[in-house]
Design a protein around this ligand. Structure first.
Ligand code: C5P
Length: 424
């Protein structure tokens, strides 16, 4: 299960393909852009069609390929102005000398050059050509004009060329181009979230996963927590504009995009790291970790040998991380979790008070379809009395959807003014 938000939903890219041997790389580029979640429509010049067929791009993009400016049938489907408006980004790859010259001169004698003039979307060009043509004064002059006009130029790479020459003019690999496009949208998305997101300007610290309590150098006590809920929350908080630090016990999950992860092993390490982060400034603390209640009183220096029929190991209580943080003077907004097998709501409400939390999300782990190792969850959320907020039932949904609803609940509590309630 991945919590990477690298997939960009609902963004439209027009890929312009012009006449050059690098057009074969554009087929893979369309695939990579589709993989990243973009909607892709392809526009091909006549020159491009000498190298690769529209059918290839139709199959890869899942959309009809646009080739003609003055084709009544195509214009009836999606005319050039509509196409220009549809785009969130126009990417010309490869961009030939001829196309660069047309753009620089403002010609509009084919579909792609007309589209260039008609779109208000950012335009990126990835020039690819013979090194001598790249170095030609006219090409450099046209590029300077385009940069001046606000076009983003992806510099060609140096190396051996299809024509046998060696030098500047190779189109970067499709994966690299797709990465640059995805990065651009991520940065734009992040800038919006940082300004308008539900948790904009908040630093959120999240504990996740199990802890591992050493018995000797090779053995430990732990539990089955997978960390999925905490990782989903980290991704959701980041998407809501927060700066997120994830304190993770030993789990095998990828770090969500943009999230700062600190790996720890034991409960004591998890607490030390939490206290350190609290010192650095933390607005919201979310404890999803399944912290081992006890640790071994004295960790053996060497591997314990098998001897008698019985082995007794003394255990001592671990610190309660969330309760310790909640007792600090500069305490953040505190969110706890309760996984119970019976009297779920009663026990959760008790923990809310006992641990001095602001909010608690509880679930019934006796249900086989939700909880620990499952990809889905269903929860009930309680707020501390002072908030005057009613409990919320979060219906069974993916852990990502539940995480999103928890972010909304945190936001609502942070911005809820109980004084307003009393006025009514
Ligand atoms: O007491 P219980 O383990 O049921 O409480 C669960 C909540 O307390 C969770 O939010 C969990 O992350 C947190 N907790 C903690 N440190 C502990 C035990 C639990 O932060 N030692």
């Amino acid at each position: 299960m991945s919590f990477d938000l690298s997939v960009i939903p609902n963004k439209n890219i027009i890929m312009g393909i012009t006449g050059g041997i690098a057009a074969y790389k554009s087929a893979i580029l369309v695939r990579r852009l589709k993989d990243a979640g973009f909607n892709v429509r392809v526009v091909m010049t006549e020159g491009a069609q000498a190298f690769i067929t529209p059918l290839t791009f139709q199959a890869l993009s899942g959309n009809p390929v646009h080739t003609q400016l003055l084709d009544p049938e195509a214009e009836a489907g999606m005319g050039h102005i509509e196409l220009a408006r549809w785009a969130d980004l126009v990417l010309i790859a490869p961009a030939s000398c001829d196309t660069l010259a047309k753009f620089a001169a403002g010609l509009a004698d084919d579909l792609l050059s007309t589209l260039y003039l008609a779109t208000s979307a950012p335009v990126w060009v990835a020039p690819a050509m013979n090194q001598q043509m790249w170095a030609a004064k006219a090409t450099q002059r046209n590029l300077a004009t385009l940069v001046d006009d606000g076009v983003h130029v992806i510099m060609p790479e140096s190396g051996s060329q299809a024509c046998g020459d060696v030098g500047l003019g190779r189109m970067p690999e499709p994966e690299e181009l797709a990465r640059q496009v995805t990065d651009y949208f991520h940065k734009a998305q992040r800038a919006i979230a940082e300004k308008f997101g539900l948790l904009a300007s908040k630093h959120v610290v999240i504990t996740a996963g199990p802890t591992r309590e050493a018995i000797d150098p090779v053995r430990y006590i732990s539990n089955h927590s997978t960390g999925k809920m905490g990782f989903a929350l980290a991704a959701a908080c980041y998407a809501a504009g927060a700066k997120v630090t994830l304190i993770a016990g030993p789990v095998s999950l990828d770090t969500p995009n943009g999230v700062h992860r600190i790996n720890v092993s034991s409960a004591v390490q998890m607490l030390d790291t939490s206290m350190q982060l609290l010192d650095e400034g933390c607005d919201v603390f979310i404890a999803t970790a399944a912290v081992a209640d006890y640790r071994v009183a004295e960790v053996a220096e060497h591997k314990i040998k098998k001897s008698g029929d019985e082995l007794n190991i003394a255990l001592i209580k671990n610190p309660d991380i969330v309760a310790t943080i909640a007792q600090q003077d500069k305490r953040p907004f505190m969110v706890g979790f309760a996984a119970e097998t019976r009297n779920v709501e009663e026990y959760a409400a008790g923990k809310l008070v006992a641990k001095k939390l602001d909010m608690i999300a509880c679930n019934d782990v006796s249900r086989a379809d939700i909880g620990f190792a499952s990809d889905e969850n269903a929860m009930t959320v309680f707020f501390a009395e002072g908030y005057h907020l009613p409990k919320r039932d979060l219906e069974k949904a993916s852990k990502q959807e539940i995480a999103q609803q928890l972010v909304e609940a945190i936001h609502d509590a942070l911005h809820h003014d109980p004084a307003q309630d009393e006025a009514f």
